[in-house]
Write a protein that binds this ligand. Structure first.
Ligand code: ADP
Length: 162
């Protein structure tokens, strides 16, 4: 019975995130998608909106739930009784920050293990930041984010030059 958390900003959730959730969900008895809210970060979508955009895409995954966190992720994991923090890796450029974060988390709590899951190649370039940039320029988002996120972005972002 291994419980895991998958933390992130999810501002907004992308098809890359959803692919990771669907692939790891069968491996754990429970998976909590933890939406992080940092005072020092600026988000396009509010915490509630980010949670809702994820919720609408989880459908009938029985052992997956969503929660919020505004503190240290490793503290959240320990309090929730999760042994594993899952992070996704897209490219070598992700490696350094993920490695540093896992090392710091191990220092803070050596009972919580970080597991890295590689992205599928087709999502290796999909990042929430990039998605917002594409939306800003009116680009095609259909292979990058789920449809509810396309609608949410359309309502939030003024397309440049229109
Ligand atoms: P954070 O701000 O914590 O990096 P993100 O929402 O950007 O939050 O990402 C959450 C997690 O999902 C991170 O581990 C990130 O590397 C991973 N991730 C982001 N985009 C993808 C993708 N396209 N494929 C696989 N993993 C991804």
């Amino acid at each position: 019975m291994v419980k895991a958390i998958y933390p992130g900003s999810f501002d907004p959730i992308t098809l890359g995130h959803l692919d990771i959730i669907r692939r790891i969900q069968p491996l754990f008895s429970e998976l909590v998608v933890v939406v992080a809210n940092s005072q020092r970060k600026q988000y396009l979508f509010s915490l509630e909106e980010r949670v809702q955009l994820i919720q609408q895409n989880l459908g009938s995954l029985p052992n997956v739930r969503i929660d919020k966190c505004d503190g240290l992720i490793v503290d959240y994991a320990a309090a929730a009784g999760a042994q594993v923090i899952v992070r996704g890796l897209r490219a070598v450029s992700d490696f350094e920050s993920e490695y540093a974060m896992s090392a710091m988390n191990r220092k803070l709590n050596s009972h919580v293990e970080t597991m890295i899951v590689f992205t599928r190649p087709e999502y290796s370039f999909v990042a929430s930041t990039m998605v917002k940039e594409v939306a800003h320029h009116g680009g095609d988002l259909s292979n990058l984010v789920p449809t509810n996120v396309i609608s949410a972005l359309a309502g939030r972002i003024q397309v440049k030059g229109r």
